[in-house]
Design a protein around this ligand. Structure first.
Ligand SMILES: NC(=O)c1ccc[n+]([C@@H]2O[C@H](COP(=O)([O-])OP(=O)(O)OC[C@H]3O[C@@H](n4cnc5c(N)ncnc54)[C@H](OP(=O)(O)O)[C@@H]3O)[C@@H](O)[C@H]2O)c1
Ligand SMILES: C[C@@H]1O[C@H](OP(=O)(O)OP(=O)(O)OC[C@H]2O[C@@H](n3cnc4c(=O)[nH]c(N)nc43)[C@H](O)[C@@H]2O)[C@@H](O)[C@H](O)[C@@H]1O
Length: 321
């Protein structure tokens, strides 16, 4: 691989894809390809076939997916299962057929069983049943991991899967129905603060579930750095967890974001909303031993994300399913 290698970043406008694009551009990669979903619907096998035949990418990074928080996953199981299978099947199979030399597949920590021992080691995959709110998405992601593993095993190609923990950062989805918890909290606390500044009354913020589940959060630029590391190095195994190895409760996260945003007022927990998996802390030793670790502190990453949110409120994506 060199700086002229033709690299296709699927989903290059999303939070993850855009971070990987920025990283590769900064490292001097001059031959990057990106297509929006309007230009190339990755669910359409014929269109993807034509794209690979005309563009002939040498390396593919799959950051395109139907993505959403706990409620979107729970409410739209078919889209989360089927669209992700269609997108990744087309990308993986056409990469294989067209002799793509390196493929990076991105999954998620929800592939591991709901009650697996903590921290989650890669070897716990498929040892027990999944968390019901996101089993549809998880099953699609597990199929992607296994497809890359099969190509690796049968054809000896460098197809690899990276499993990031919950991500956050600039260009995240701040739509309150479909987003993940961290951007939702930034938006809710910010809007309540602005309301208080206008009315003089403290505005409560409503959050979901009990606040007791634990989650680990990785800043998206760190993930881009990990993807770059995986691009530069031929890693010996097919599956690597990507995270910080540290987690906190959703209640602790709420208090941290409330402080950073500067909201004063009550937090109300809506117990009619699901908690999801109780804990999904990544064991990140395998990636550490390979030579990579995360380096952004949660507080620092949230501050950067809040700054981006404040400066880009007109750009919020409304994700409609
Ligand atoms: N966000 C997280 O917390 C998290 C955690 C772990 C793993 N991941 C993984 O990281 C990857 C990217 O997630 P993200 O957070 O960056 O999501 P995102 O911001 O929603 O971006 C998803 C991208 O996928 C593209 N896409 C969706 N459907 C498509 C289709 N039918 N055809 C073509 N492109 C399509 C979208 O393209 P357009 O913008 O052009 O429509 C978008 O750029 C996913 O594989 C996800 O599983 C995310
Ligand atoms: C990374 C992704 O994580 C997703 O699981 P998961 O961490 O529960 O997804 P999140 O939507 O981030 O929710 C994490 C926790 O935060 C709570 N929470 C509190 N307030 C809010 C809020 O306003 N919005 C949201 N969204 N949550 C909130 C939520 O109930 C849950 O316990 C999976 O569904 C995906 O498949 C994927 O794996």
């Amino acid at each position: 691989m060199n700086k002229q290698t033709k690299i296709y970043i699927a989903g290059h406008r999303g939070m993850v894809g855009s971070a990987i694009w920025r990283k590769l551009e900064a490292e001097g990669y001059a031959n990057l390809i990106g297509k929006t979903s309007k230009e190339l619907d990755l669910r359409d096998q014929k269109a993807v076939t034509e794209f690979f035949e005309s563009e002939k990418p040498e390396v593919v990074i799959d950051a395109a997916a139907r993505v959403g928080g706990i409620l979107a996953n729970n409410d739209y199981p078919y889209q989360f299962l089927m669209e992700n299978l269609q997108i990744q099947n087309n990308l993986i199979d056409l990469s294989h057929i067209n002799d793509v030399e390196k493929f990076i597949f991105l999954g998620s920590s929800c592939i591991y069983p709901k009650h697996a021992p903590q921290p989650l080691k890669e070897e716990y995959l498929l040892t027990d049943s999944l968390e019901p709110t996101n089993e549809w998405y998880a099953i699609a992601k597990i199929a992607g991991v296994k497809a890359c593993e099969a190509i690796r095993k049968q054809f000896g190609k460098d197809y690899i899967s990276l499993m990031p923990t919950n991500l956050y950062g600039t260009h995240d989805n701040f739509d309150l129905k479909t987003s993940h918890v961290l951007p939702a909290m930034i938006r809710k606390f910010h809007e309540a603060k602005i309301k208080m500044e206008k009315t003089g009354h403290k505005e409560p913020v409503e959050l979901w579930g009990s606040g007791s589940p634990m989650r680990e959060f990785l800043f998206v630029d760190d993930l881009a750095d990990a993807a770059y590391f995986a691009l530069q190095n031929k890693l010996p195994e097919n599956l690597y967890n990507i995270g910080t190895g540290k987690d906190l409760t959703i209640k602790e996260l709420a208090e941290l974001i409330q402080k950073i945003v500067g909201h004063e007022g009550e937090i109300i927990w809506d117990s009619s909303k699901p908690d999801g998996t109780p804990r999904k802390l990544m064991d990140v030793d395998k990636m550490k031993n390979a030579g990579w670790e995360a380096n952004t502190y949660l507080k620092e990453g949230i501050k950067k994300t809040y700054q981006w949110f404040s400066e880009n409120q007109d750009k919020f994506k409304e994700v409609k399913l």
